[in-house]
Design a protein around this ligand. Structure first.
Ligand code: NAD
Length: 314
């Protein structure tokens, strides 16, 4: 069994991006700028956003964190996104999900300029991803592909079983693994809460992507020998022995399953860091594309005339 070390693989990507940022600076170009929008005080979301911002700093990206009150109105939030769309210095917009119930995530995501949609959630990005066109692939599925690539795990002809069909993980990774390209060409079975005979399906899998959010769900009697397992789940489980009061658990019963795998991701330290690395890759790509001299308006296509000022609410 070999661990798919997301910390190691993501560090390699970050080191590479750091060099690229230095090159941009040397050439007198702007550095990539990620704007992250966080609403409210969800502990997990705060942690995720903080590590995304920290990673930006580590590699020389500019980052702006807009931390809005939980009771921010939908109109105010739309206005924030609108300003970020028009701000020519901002390359990527990250809207940390979930949002409070009174805000329509769909409305907010649909307003993000697809050229700055580094989380790949906009319908334009999703549509292009489905068609196999060049676009931003959402960070977690993209991170999984990067991790498989880093460890040279071939997907062609393999049976991949994806457990979970969310719009941010399960559904996109099932599409990506089925596409006719180097990181795809799997036969994919997408399972969800209404799937019958899940155990029998999993037993046929060469690759399992577990993304359902149920700690320890995938047991040893559900997998075949030498399977590759990507554990996307991250659940905070109460643990009085920890200072934080919780421990992070994946969707796989790691203790009993890992010995059967050819490769498996740990939790934490597997998909999580890869998600951040993928987001950084997307932000770098957005910066290069939006400021390329070859872009339709000579590297200035994002300058809609906005003043670029942001009302930052803490
Ligand atoms: P979600 O809650 O939106 O969706 C869960 C999916 O699992 C649903 O499609 C549901 O049909 C399916 N499901 C639930 N119970 C099932 C069962 N018994 N059998 C088969 N399918 C079942 O989840 P999500 O947003 O995709 O997140 C899943 C997990 O991944 C969570 O733990 C989340 O925290 C984690 N996550 C991690 C990252 C990361 O960067 N590592 C990113 C996103 C999500």
């Amino acid at each position: 069994m070999q661990l798919l070390d997301g910390k190691l693989a993501s560090q390699a990507i970050k080191d590479d991006l750091k060099i690229k940022v230095e090159e941009l600076k040397k050439q007198g170009n702007k550095v990539p700028h990620l704007a992250a929008v966080l609403v409210g005080n969800n502990g997990a979301s705060e942690t995720y956003v903080a590590s995304k911002v920290k990673s930006c700093e580590e590699i020389g990206f500019k980052s702006t964190l807009l931390h809005l009150e939980n009771n921010v109105s939908e109109e105010e939030l739309l206005e924030v996104i609108h300003k970020l769309n028009y701000d020519k210095d901002v390359d990527g917009i990250l809207m940390q999900l979930p949002m409070p119930k009174h805000i329509s995530e769909e409305k907010i995501i649909n307003l993000i300029d697809p050229a700055k949609d580094v989380d790949g959630f906009h319908p334009v990005s999703v549509g292009k991803m489905v068609l196999g066109s060049e676009t931003f692939i959402s960070a977690t599925p993209y991170g999984i592909l990067l991790l498989l690539h880093h460890y040279n795990i071939k997907t062609k002809g393999k049976h991949a079983v994806v457990i979970g069909r969310s719009n941010i993980v399960g559904r996109p990774i099932s599409i990506l693994l089925s596409r006719n390209d180097d990181t795809g060409n799997c036969t994919v079975t997408l399972c969800h809460s209404h799937t019958k005979n899940l155990k029998e399906i999993c037993l046929q899998a060469d690759i399992i992507i577990a993304a359902l959010g149920k700690p320890g769900f995938l047991k040893a009697d559900m997998v075949k020998q030498d399977v590759v397992i990507i554990d996307v789940g991250i659940t905070r489980v109460s643990d009085a022995s920890k200072k934080s009061g919780y421990t992070l658990k994946g969707d796989v019963d790691f203790e009993n399953v890992s010995s059967m795998c050819s490769y498996i991701t740990p939790v934490p330290g597997g998909v999580g860091p890869m998600t951040i690395a993928a987001l950084l890759m997307n932000t770098y790509k957005a910066c290069c594309e939006n400021h390329s001299p070859l872009s339709p308006e000579g590297g200035n296509k994002k300058d809609y005339g906005g003043d670029g000022e942001l009302n930052i609410v803490h």
